[in-house]
Design a protein around this ligand. Structure first.
Ligand SMILES: C[S@@+](CC[C@H](N)C(=O)[O-])C[C@H]1O[C@@H](n2cnc3c(N)ncnc32)[C@H](O)[C@@H]1O
Length: 236
């Protein structure tokens, strides 16, 4: 098991020690890895912890689990992006950082001319939950890290994204900026990106760098919506 100190790995280790003898631990670069002997594990408590991430239906009727983005109900930023998706999307669509599948589920329901929608998500539990929420047969699911996604030949007419902006507690705009760069690489020359971001996040320069045209479609509740089209050719 491993984790970052700012994510509370020390508290987690302390909790684990209550239930099982920890065989060893190693601190490195603000993180810590520790390990236990399988034979020492009291299965009941770990199975209970595991069950927290087993998806169950939230207040909005979507399958989500502990630790997933906006597990309790639909995020306000995602809602705002949904208002701007419309019903004229067609062809091949990609959803980068798809979470438990909200955007693709709604998008497929209101866009009959979409041929296929590919969901990319790094968190395994979330992409598994997405399979329960997006039952449309046009959906494909990829458990992938978007930042380092390589060797993917398919090109898209539309990319939608509510990109992550932190992995630890501090804001990391580079993460969303990498998603914008990846969207530009994955789009066809006439393709477009529709994304939502917290209003204070600095994405405009990166959008300008990677797309021939972009505009702010609207702002509300501290979020802004961007549409960017015609990606500039990028070195692969
Ligand atoms: C802001 S949430 C949006 C989730 C969903 N699209 C929505 O609107 O409800 C961002 C998602 O990106 C995922 N994510 C974070 N880093 C990622 C990466 N490097 N590659 C793919 N997905 C990532 C997170 O697990 C999270 O589900």
């Amino acid at each position: 098991m491993s984790g970052h100190k700012t994510d509370g790995v020390d508290a987690f280790l302390k909790e684990v020690k209550k239930h099982v003898d920890v065989a060893g631990s190693l601190p490195k670069s603000h993180g810590k890895v520790f390990w236990v002997q399988r034979s020492d594990i009291k299965v009941d408590v770990f199975e209970e912890w595991l069950s927290y991430s087993t998806p169950s239906q939230n207040a909005d009727g979507y399958f989500t689990g502990a630790g997933m983005f906006s597990a309790a109900n639909v995020d306000r930023g995602s809602s705002l992006l949904l208002e701007h998706l419309g019903s004229d999307l067609k062809g091949m669509v990609a959803d980068l950082g798809a979470g438990w599948g909200l955007l693709t589920s709604r998008l497929l329901a209101q866009n009959n001319a979409v041929d296929q929608a590919d969901l990319f998500e790094a968190d395994f539990s979330s992409i598994e939950a997405a399979k329960l929420n997006v039952t449309d047969e046009r959906a494909r699911f990829y458990w992938e890290d978007v930042v380092i996604l390589t060797g993917f030949e398919r090109r898209y007419d539309v990319v939608v994204s509510n990109p992550p902006f932190h992995q630890t507690r501090k804001t990391e705009p580079e993460l969303g900026q990498s998603f914008i760069r990846k969207a530009a690489q994955l789009l066809k020359p006439a393709g477009r990106l529709l994304m939502v971001a917290n209003r204070q996040l600095p994405y405009e320069r990166v959008l300008d760098h990677h797309f021939r045209f972009f505009e702010n479609l609207g702002e509300a509740h501290g979020y802004k919506i961007f549409m960017a089209r015609n990606p500039r050719p990028v070195k692969r």
